[in-house]
Write a protein that binds this ligand. Structure first.
Ligand code: ZN
Length: 246
């Protein structure tokens, strides 16, 4: 089975389109989305339309999805993120608002041996930033593999012989073969708002038969996303950060 693993689109239609276009000739059996469909970007309705058209899509909710549909307050968000959430609340169609409120809470175990979550397997809103967090997270799932998002950094943590080692993925593409006897926590990076100083959209493909995961970065029409953010009167910092990849 081949899985497209992606996360954190944040209302960026152009980035999502580039990822789907880039994978259109690669055989994908399942789409696994790790949360944050909306928030920050100017195309929440268009992103939800595209996503709901995908067959074999499995999703968990992100903190921005929860805040937009009112399952969470905006108090924990910085002023710019909070402004974007309020804008998205006003803009989002009713049917998509109810879709956001019906999204599953992670962690979920899918296909018996894959755990998926937004932040971490012990708290959907927690950021796994570094090996210390990863050590704790490995204690909260039993499968060999757990995919997570939320930090917007492509990363692999491998647990083997009671040690945990993290690797920040900077090569494009970058492929790993999963080792027998090891367990993995893997973040594919962010589609719509990368924060690792690489503005290109990030995703990964997991091939369960080959036991391989390949990370990719793809260019998208960044200028168009920025133009839409400014035209929507969203905070201009949200357009600037896309260009910098922060
Ligand atoms: Zn996010």
């Amino acid at each position: 089975m081949r899985y497209l693993i992606f996360s954190d689109i944040h209302g960026n239609l152009e980035a999502l389109e580039a990822v789907l276009e880039n994978t259109s000739r690669k055989k994908i059996d399942y789409y696994i989305f790790l949360g944050d469909l909306v928030g920050y970007g100017a195309s929440p309705n268009e992103v939800l339309k595209k996503m709901t058209a995908l067959k074999h899509l499995i999703m968990v909710r992100g903190n921005h999805d929860k805040a937009v549909c009112g399952l969470d307050s905006i108090q924990t968000f910085n002023p710019i993120a909070a402004a974007a959430i309020q804008w998205t609340r006003k803009t989002l169609l009713k049917k998509y608002m109810s879709l956001l409120s019906s999204l599953a809470k992670g962690p979920l175990v899918i296909h018996k041996n894959i755990t998926i979550c937004h932040g971490s397997p012990f708290d959907e809103d927690y950021y796994i930033f570094g090996e210390f967090d990863a050590v704790e997270a490995f204690g909260y799932f039993d499968t060999p593999l757990c995919f997570f998002g939320h930090t917007h950094f492509p990363f692999i943590y491998m647990e083997k012989d009671q040690t945990v080692e993290g690797t920040f993925i900077q090569e494009n593409p970058f492929e790993i073969k999963l080792e027998k006897g090891a367990r993995y926590l893997i973040n594919p990076g962010s589609v719509g708002q990368p924060r690792d100083r690489n503005p290109r959209a990030a995703y990964a493909i997991y091939d369960s038969e080959q036991r391989r995961i390949k990370f990719y970065r793809v260019e998208y029409n960044l200028k168009e996303s920025q133009k839409k953010i400014l035209a929507a009167s969203l905070p201009s910092a949200l357009a600037e950060r896309l260009g910098l990849g922060i």
